[in-house]
Design a protein around this ligand. Structure first.
Ligand code: CP
Length: 314
């Protein structure tokens, strides 16, 4: 067991041993989730607030279910119906949530560093659910969990991340996690969205999609993050699909056991052919399922839980 952190703010600062502790604990929680009684009392009496200032389907709902499975009280904060609209700051909002006995604040925010900021101004446990283009740590943890579950290991695998890397927090967190665990990471996409500076993170960068997917064990597709792009980064969606979309013809040129991942939401017919998304090669919905166990593990560990051997059934 290697975990002694009050918060989960990023993957960059984690060790490989800490990542494996989350993955092993998630595996124990996944087993609990397959039993008739799926709840454990680990967070009984605790209050979890989902402070999502950006839209979310998968992350918000799986954190909500994770908190419920751990017997915590969970409150969903709606930015549009909140006093943000009256000018209240993030700091004051969080301090007011804490005054209402929030023990955990799960934050998604468009500003990189917002979770780190909150960890300095409140006493609650802070979990980063996505901050700008910086990091999305629980996505990377559920992705590596899924890879290990399917392939039996992460070290030595060839993982290609294909798409809008520059604006992707999922890409950054995955790069940190995969390289720490010993995978060979290749990044591919338009040169404007995959600059060579990413090589400094220990990745291979190529703008040739055929080369990027040829030897891949895992192909993780990313959508174009229009909401974070301040200028046009390529001529058009049609051209993107032609040059970088995962089509059936391209899939036929990959290794037969290469598996397809995507953090969602997917744009069918853009970065991924619709039939591929629904095929047996796709792990997209298994990633979502695994997100619940991974988020239970994260809540459990930041609360002081003792790794996989500390997971008890209610
Ligand atoms: N993958 C992911 O973060 O999805 P949501 O935006 O729906 O949470």
């Amino acid at each position: 067991m290697s975990w002694n952190r009050k918060h989960l703010l990023d993957i960059e600062s984690l060790t490989a041993a800490e990542i494996f502790t989350v993955l092993d604990t998630a595996r124990a929680f996944k087993a609990v989730g397959e039993r008739a009684i799926k709840k454990v009392p680990a967070l009984r009496g605790k209050t979890v607030v989902n402070l999502f200032i950006e839209p979310s389907t998968r992350t918000r709902i799986s954190f909500e279910l994770a908190a419920q499975r751990l017997t915590a009280d969970i409150v969903n904060f709606s930015a549009d119906a909140s006093s943000f609209k009256k000018g209240e700051t993030l700091k004051d909002t969080a301090r007011n949530l804490e005054a209402l006995n929030a023990d955990f604040i799960i934050i998604r925010h468009s500003a990189s560093g917002a979770p780190h900021f909150l960890s300095r101004v409140v006493n609650a446990h802070i979990i980063n659910a996505g901050d700008g283009a910086h990091e999305h740590p629980t996505q990377a943890l559920l992705d590596t969990f899924t890879i290990r579950e399917k392939k039996g290991k992460v070290a030595g695998l060839n993982v290609t991340i294909l798409g809008d890397i520059l604006y992707s927090r999922v890409a950054r967190s995955n790069i940190w996690a995969l390289t720490k665990l010993g995978a060979n990471v290749t990044l591919c996409g338009p040169a404007t969205l995959v600059p060579r500076t990413f090589e400094q993170m220990g990745c291979r960068v190529t703008h040739d999609v055929e080369e990027a997917i040829r030897d891949a064990d895992i192909i993780n597709l990313l959508r174009i993050q229009h909401e974070r792009q301040r200028q046009t980064m390529f001529p058009g969606i049609g051209e993107y699909t032609t040059l970088f979309g995962l089509t059936k013809a391209r899939l036929a040129r990959t290794k037969p056991d290469a598996l397809i991942m995507h953090p969602g939401p997917i744009n069918r017919g853009v970065e991924i052919d619709s039939d591929i998304a629904d095929s047996g090669r796709s792990l997209i919905l298994e990633q979502v399922t695994n997100g619940l166990a991974v988020r239970m593990a994260v809540l459990f560990l930041v609360n002081g839980g003792q790794g996989p051997h500390g997971v008890t059934v209610g």
